[in-house]
Design a protein around this ligand. Sequence first.
Ligand SMILES: Nc1ncnc2c1ncn2[C@@H]1O[C@H](COP(=O)(O)OP(=O)(O)O)[C@@H](O)[C@H]1O
Ligand SMILES: [Mg+2]
Length: 238
Amino acid sequence: MPFFTSVLNQFPQHSLQVKTINAGQQRQCFIIHRKPQAPHWQEENVREIKDDEISRVIETSAGYIVKYIKQRTWHDNLRIFWGASKISTELRSCIFLQNLGLRVPRVLEYGMAFIPGHLWGVTGYYLMEKHLAADIVKHHFRHCDQPARQKILTQLVHDLQRMRDACCVYRDLSFRNMMTDDNGELFWIDTNIRRYSKAGDKFIADWNKTLKVLLQELSMMSEPAEHDGQRAIQALML
Ligand SMILES: Nc1ncnc2c1ncn2[C@@H]1O[C@H](COP(=O)(O)OP(=O)(O)O)[C@@H](O)[C@H]1O
Ligand SMILES: [Mg+2]
């Protein structure tokens, strides 16, 4: 479904605003789309979660997460106009995965750079609710006990099954993009999927490739007790 129908309708409030985008007080103009319940926020007293050449993620003083997508090439700016920018694909994917029943962040506001081309700026940002969960990789499954880890893997297999049935591939399928809480619930972030019209050769090749990467990651971070989970993921290959 085109970006404008699947995403735009969910964000009924629109405005044009200049916002500060980083600790260096750089400012940029955005076309902002909000849900009525979106909080008001600004770049003050924020907690920096990550900052590299691709994105900057912060936690606002009220505990919301803002992800800025940085401009990397000129193509990034042009993609905004036909809904193919990273922001558009992450938001569209988020809605799609939510409809599949996966736990994804609830996005409340997003902003598209107006007059992109601002050197070293961002192509946009989105504000979402914080998952009350921890990064799986950073905690290396350690803050969970064995039954909780088993639960994560069972949920993972279940979520992957849904994606496979819907012919979509998670572009950056990695434990780096999953979070978990003490109960072993699995939450997805960095949603960016590629969808296929049918389970043809292209889908199968892409699907198997991403699963292989995930299995490699799992083999490095898991213990022998997780072998069942590995086998279950292997069984999802086509
Ligand atoms: N909804 C969220 N709730 C809590 N933490 C989040 C959320 N979204 C992102 N984060 C934190 O920000 C980090 C980077 O986010 P991510 O979307 O994976 O960025 P990138 O595209 O740069 O990999 C995550 O590892 C996580 O710690
Ligand atoms: Mg990520």
